[in-house]
Design a protein around this ligand. Sequence first.
Ligand code: 5GP
Ligand code: ZN
Length: 118
Amino acid sequence: MSEQNCIFCKIVRGELPSNKVYEDGDVMAFHDIRPLAPVHLLVIPKLHVASLAECTDEHQTVLGKIMVLVPKLAKEHGLNDGFRTIINTGRVGGQEVYHLHVHILGGPSALGPMLRRD
Ligand code: 5GP
Ligand code: ZN
């Protein structure tokens, strides 16, 4: 997936709408279009990086920025009793959009187990 066709790059460029909750020079956050919990945000680097598997030392600063932003956004959205962060990576991780993103999920009730035990 090139930057040209990438859905999240299009959101960064303003070519696709999003329900934005945060933006600075390096990072953007917006509501997931198909929320899986009462609060479901996505935090992305503006720079196109396909997944966590493609991250290298040059991404350290933006990854740090994202991780520090996560609890601030969680608090702003009322997630005072905990939340879950998910980064799906590659085929095995079930990644659908190949532009690195951190999910923030939460709401009044517990989210249940991280993965189902079969
Ligand atoms: P993944 O499975 O790659 O970790 O998650 C991709 C997420 O992106 C999904 O939760 C999906 O609902 C969300 N998503 C896909 N397309 C769009 C879009 O155009 N706008 C927004 N806001 N979210 C999207
Ligand atoms: Zn992208």
